[in-house]
Every structure is written in C-alpha cells, then in structure tokens.
Design a protein around this ligand. Structure first.
Ligand code: ADP
Ligand code: MG
Length: 245
C-alpha cells in the first residue's frame, strides 16, 4: 500500500490551471523530489496535500484515507508534517521554546507519542534539537540564529508530531551549496531513522540527484517525467525543458 496516493488532481485559479491531471504515489520512507521551473505547480501540489488549499477534483489518499475537505490542522494531526519556504518560527522565543511550543500543539492534538511516559516537554524538545544538531543553540533567541539554523529549527518543530510524511517546500532556499548538502543529508538521516517519507522541492539538481530516491518533474501544471535520478538525468525532454540543454 502506498503511503500517499494522488490521483488526477486539478487546481484552477479562474480559467488558469495551476495543476493539471497530476497523479503520483509515495511509498513509506521514500525521499521523493518534486522539481520543475518556477510556476510549474509544485507549491500548489504541496498545498493540496497539506490542506492549505483544496483541489477542484481528483483524490488524495494518505494511508488509504481521503484528505479531501480536511483542514490543514487535521491533516497535520494525521501525521503529515510540513516546513515552508518562508520559515514559520517565533523570533521572540528561544530555540528551545519554539520546539516546546510545537510539542505543546502536538500534545493538544493528542498525537505526540512520547517514548517514555514521564519525559517532560523540555526533555522531549532537547531530544528533537539533538536530532538536528542544535542543542548548543537551545537558549539562544530564535531571532539571533543563522539562516541555516532557522531551517534546522523548523525541521525540529516539524518533527514534533512524529510525522510519517514530511512535506518540505524548498527547504534549502537561500542556502549556500555546502549548507544545502548538509541540510538534506540531515533530513535524509532523520528520515531513515524514523522511516519517515519526505516529499521535497529543490532547485539545485546536484542536491536532487544526490538525495532523492525518485524524482517527479513538473512543468506548466503537469507531470512530464518520473524516474530515478539516473533516469531523470538522461531524460531528453527533461534536459530540454528543465536543465536547459
Ligand atoms: P511553483 O511552486 O512550481 O513555482 P506554484 O504552485 O506556486 O508553482 O504556482 C503555479 C502557478 O499557479 C503559477 O503560475 C502561479 O502564479 C499560479 N498560482 C499559484 N497560487 C495562485 C493563487 N492563489 N491565485 C492565482 N494564481 C496562483
Ligand atoms: Mg513554489
């Protein structure tokens, strides 16, 4: 059974089709990259999965359950985590407080599955910070940390509800090539440890080829190619429309 199964979703804004007949599956633990030029419909696809927007038609099944009509909060509570292109953190709080807040929200939704009964919120938050190598920054104000650290903090916060699928829309936007590799290596390591699937967008083809198990290429709202990094690298149509050669 696929973890996520998307069948023939469409999204229009007026008479413009931002996403057109898109279908794909995502397996448990898989790292799937969704790539394509600006305006291809990647973020719109993420937003339909995350419940930020609804498709005109089609179906989206997560663990065989339809996500259509559910609120973003409900979808999050089902175990679909999300990071955004513009990080959503509270800059007036410390790094640790940000993670504690994410855990509190998870708890309120009664979905935090803490491993040990008497672990308190702070220990759990520190555990999450450890996973993203940020324990030293725990008591720093979130407004004071470097850009790459903000993205890692956002990842720790997204892990608070123990997602089995993580949606990452341009997680490395604005990063240097070295930071991009480090961010995705960290994401992949965590994903493997937790058997968490990751659907991500990324503009650097080096990063995509290095970390994706499988790649879906979109252009002008439609999927134009699907394959392994090797297949996509050698796809003539992809070279023409996306890689520009
Ligand atoms: P990508 O993330 O691949 O760059 P998007 O999904 O953001 O692409 O956008 C796909 C197309 O849909 C673009 O042409 C964009 O301008 C359009 N679009 C996205 N959101 C809206 C909206 N809320 N209203 C109108 N057009 C939109
Ligand atoms: Mg986008």
């Amino acid at each position: 059974m696929s973890l996520l199964k998307i069948e023939d979703i469409n999204k229009s804004y007026g008479d413009f089709w931002a996403v057109n007949h898109v279908s794909f599956d995502l397996q448990e633990g898989e790292m799937l990259a969704l790539i394509g030029p600006n305006g291809a419909g990647k973020s719109t696809t993420f937003n339909m999965i995350g419940g930020q927007t609804q498709p005109n038609n089609g179906s989206i099944l997560f663990k065989n359950r339809s996500l259509l009509g559910l609120s973003a909060d409900k979808i999050w509570a089902l175990g679909i985590g999300r990071t955004f292109q513009i990080a959503e953190i509270f800059s007036s709080l410390t790094v640790l407080e940000n993670v504690q807040l994410a855990l509190q929200i998870a708890l309120r939704n009664k979905i935090a599955l803490f491993n040990h009964g008497d672990t308190d919120l702070q220990d759990e938050a520190l555990l999450l910070l450890k996973q993203v190598d940020m324990v030293e920054n725990a008591h720093t104000a979130a407004s004071e940390i470097a850009y790459g650290d903000v993205k890692r903090l956002e990842l720790a916060m997204a892990l608070a509800n123990h997602p089995t699928l993580l949606l990452m829309d341009e997680p490395t936007a604005g990063m240097s090539p070295t930071e991009r590799i480090a961010m995705m290596a960290l994401t992949k390591k965590i994903a493997q440890e937790k058997n968490m699937a990751v659907l991500f967008t990324e503009h650097s083809m080096d990063v995509v080829f290095k970390f994706a198990d499988r790649i879906i290429v979109m252009a002008a709202g439609s999927i134009v190619a699907t394959g392994t990094p090797e297949e996509i690298r050698n796809n003539a149509l992809v070279k023409e429309i996306y890689l520009g050669n």
